[in-house]
Each structure stands twice: as C-alpha cells, then as structure tokens.
Ligand binder design. Sequence first.
Ligand SMILES: [Zn+2]
Length: 450
Amino acid sequence: MPGFWIRALSAASALALTVPAVAVQVRVEELSAPPSAPLLKLQQSLREARASGSVRVYSAGRSLEGRNIPLVVMSPTGRPSLPPVRVLIICAQHGDEPASVEAISDIIRHCASGWDPSELLTPSLRKGSAGLEGLKNVLWIIVPAANPDGLQAGRRSNSAGADINRDWYARTQPETRAVKQAFARWAPHMVLDLHQWSPDDPPPADNGLEMAAAPGRTNSMERALAGRVLPAVRATGRNVSLISSRPGADPTLAHRFFASTGAVSFLIETAARSAPDERRRMLKDLVLLLSDAAGRTAAPGWEEALKGTPAGAAAASFHYPAEYREWVASRDGGGPGGPQGPLSDPRLWAAAALGLCLAVMRTRQGEAHPLRGRTAGGRVSPVRRRPWGFGVGSSTARRFPRYERARERAPLLKNALRAAASCAENMSYGPRSRPTSIRPIVSTAETGNR
Ligand SMILES: [Zn+2]
C-alpha cells in the first residue's frame, strides 16, 4: 500500500522536524533568567487557582519583552457567577512596587480555594466585617502584573523606559493597551489601582486612598464607599488619608483616566515606612473592604453614580462574554466544593425553617390547620378533604378568622424583612466604624511615586 507508506514517511519526517524544535525551546527556557520573587509567587498562585477550577485566567496581552500579562476573572467567593458589580484591580504598574502582586497573589489563591475572604482581613477588622456579604455581588477582573518586565527587573518603568502610569491617554505602550482592552471588554463599575510609596519618596508618603474627579458628576459614590471603609481601617490604629485629586492634576494616570470615562476609581498607596508585611495587609484590607462596599451598593445606586458617562453606558449594556457565561453554566453555579444545586442556597433552608416554626406555632395555638383539618373545638374543618390545605377559600377564611388575620399580617412581615435587608446593606465594619462622611485632603504633590 504505497499511500500508507507515504503518509507514514511524511508523519515521521514531520516528527523528526518537530522534536529538535521542542528541544531547542526547552533549552531557551532553561537559559532565560528565573522569574523574580513576586512573579514566581504570582505564577504559583495562578497555577493553584487554575487547578481549583473556580477561576478564569486569560491573557490581557503581552509586554514589550513578550511576557504574558495575565487577566484573572473570578468571584471573591470562589463560586463562578455572573454578579452585578464588576471591579477591575490593577497591580504593579510600577515594577519596583511588588506589594500589590504579593497581596493579590494571596487573595487569588485564598479565594479560588473557596475559603472565606474575611479570613484575609486584619483580625480586628474581621470581627465586624459581617462576613463580607457584599462580595457575593462582585466579580473581580484582576491584572495582577501590569508591568511584568519591570517586575522581573525590579524597575519602575517597562523595558522601553516608559512609566506606564503616565501613558493612559496616549497608550503608546503594549502594557497600557492590554489593560485598556480588558477595561473595554469587562465594563467595570470600579477601578482599584494599587501602588506603594518607597522610603526615598518625599513626605508625606503615607497610606492614601486617592479618588479622581469624574467630569460631569460628583464624587458622591467614592465618598460613600470611602466613608464605609476608612473609619474601620483607621479604627485598627492605622492612618489612611482620603485624597482628592487636585484640579489640573496630571490626567494621564490610570485612576484619573478611568475616572474621566466615568468609572469610580481609586488609587491606593501604602506608607513609605510600612514593613512589607503591613503593606500587603493594608492592600488586602482595602481591596476586600472596598469591593465589599461596592457589592453592598444596590444596582440603582451604581446606575445613579455612573449616569451619563461612557463607563455607565458600557456597564448598563454589558453582557457577560458568551465563553464566560458558558463556563459559569458548566460549573452549575458550583465552586471549589463541586456542583451546587439550588438546595445549597442557605436562604431556602432559612425560609423552610421559618415556615416550619410558623406551622408549629399555629398548631400549638390550636387553630384550624390544614394538616389535621380540626379546629380548637374539635370540629372537622372543610379542609379535611384537602389534606395539604390547598384551596382554603373565603368561606373557610370567614369560619376561621385566624387565616384572615395571618393573611393581613403578611405584608407587615414582608416590610419587616425588607427593612432588615436594607439595614444589612448599610452595615459597616464594626461598632466603632459607622459610615460617616469623610473629609478628603487635596493632593498637593504633582510628581511622586504614583
Ligand atoms: Zn506606583
């Protein structure tokens, strides 16, 4: 069969051509420098997150030197979902500021494993965090290393010597273009840009949360979120200033650029004198609490905050990418614990328990109840023939006025539940940290490490 031999020979020659290529590739990888410590930590964290199956790891693009710029899309609860609020987190635009990469690596690994995110908080914050319930409404779109070449070299700039956090309008660098594409694709409501002051930066190089002014709207959402988060962080004895960008401040920085599109955006700095451990803790606290506060803000609040801006229009018309939707559906709402059916929803069990309590209470009061079909006086009720109590009509209600009263009480109960829900929404992080109005200081430094 000559045809067979021709195919076999061509396959063998193709194999012979490929094998040396593979060998060369391996050798090149061996020769290239090992990743720097923060990149190595990130790679390990991404590997674990991928293995958990609860996280999507995409590539936002490539750096000038061809390094991958990973894009991690995940729910903080580790359960694949399509939540209403999206938060873009940008780390290490400056390659000599590794704290954000280390903090986010911890966050990704921890949350992808389905562990409680509040365990990442500083212990005194954890007590009042109410389980960070708002995180259920949040999707994180994480750029854990915006400037991988800089991170590899421990250098502020990218490999062209450009400070990518001064390139957001022109976007001359592949790193800024990649992150901008991620912004356009995922239409986030909020942007968090993570930085750190160095010991040689000019004072005051303290912990700071800087909000940028968005044209055409007030910073009321930024103030509300900061007002919910900062008092709690300050109650741990740490100083964090809320900073308002001074008018005319350099607009080419990421948080100011994204604010100019209408997105709520913050730049976070850690104090120059912080120990590395404290820097990571501070970043984790602020990322988790700000994300949680964003998730506790209901959809109308976000619509109002982003109204009339390009970011608001994008968020309003946003549909999750089909590939992501299919992936979430394939996980069946499941997370690291495996597929989760509707029976795993704790609200269902709470409602069932409440219903059971009410049924028992009614029975104990001796009123007519559908299961037994008897009144307190021992009279057989008309519902006896309908053992599950369906179709208790108005004549039954007349004969058994408690049914009528229970029916009247239903709206009251509904209102009480609604009030409890809104109360939960306004919850802050502990007794000493009620949401307050926060007075921002106006930034004076034109340059610096931002
Ligand atoms: Zn920086």
